[in-house]
Each structure stands twice: as C-alpha cells, then as structure tokens.
Design a binder for this molecule. Structure first.
Ligand SMILES: [Zn+2]
Length: 119
C-alpha cells in the first residue's frame, strides 16, 4: 500500500494507484525539501488531517501549493491551485515506509533548467 504520513503522523495520505515511477526534481524548491514525488490525479489521492495542521507555500506563478505539517515540518504533498478533479498533485514518497517504495524507479527531472526527464 502506498500510504504515508509526516513524522508526527498528524498528516496522512494514501494513494489509490501504484505509481509506475517516482520523481526527484532539482528545481529550487524540490531540491531544498529533498522530496521524491509520486504524482497522481487529485481524485486518486486521499489526504487525512485537520486543515489547521498544515501550512502551505507557493512561489513564482503560484500555480502550485506545497503543504507542510506545522508540527514536525515535513512537506507531505503539493497541489495545483486548479480545482478540477484531474488537477495535478503529488505526495512525497519520503513519507512512505521504505519497504513500500522499494523497486519503484526514481526518475530525475530537471525542473531547474530544461524541464525534461534526464533519463
Ligand atoms: Zn507532522
């Protein structure tokens, strides 16, 4: 199961699909967070928390919000500000038990520069 949580477990998520790859991005924000993203449609991701447990951050064109647990500081997911069901979203696979991400290929995405996968 692709379930994860922040360190203090106030923010939990579940992916209803198994990702066929994970994405490590080198853009200015992903590089700092150290996240490895599992992308899915918003309708395929369940987030479970009290809204007040999260803080969010957006930058640049502000098309994406990054959500972080206020208590333990783990960034658990990001979400497109577009509210359509197909809206882009990703959860941070670093919050998932390592046994459950084993064997899933991690692709390197050059978000800092060319905006394409490097493999
Ligand atoms: Zn937490």
């Amino acid at each position: 199961m692709f379930k994860g949580s922040c360190h203090c477990e106030k923010v939990k998520f579940e992916l209803l699909v198994t990702p066929n790859h994970l994405t490590e991005c080198n853009c200015s924000i992903c590089y700092r967070i150290g996240a490895i993203w599992a992308h899915a449609a918003e309708s395929e991701i369940l987030i479970s928390c009290v809204e007040n447990d999260l803080t969010n951050y957006s930058w640049g064109d502000k098309s994406i919000k990054f959500f972080t647990c206020k208590t333990c500081g783990c960034t658990t997911h990001w979400k497109s500000v577009d509210t359509e069901q197909s809206a882009r979203m990703a959860v941070n696979a670093r919050m998932v038990d390592r046994a459950n991400t084993k064997g899933i290929k991690v692709r390197q995405f050059d978000g800092a520069d060319s905006f394409v996968f490097l493999d």
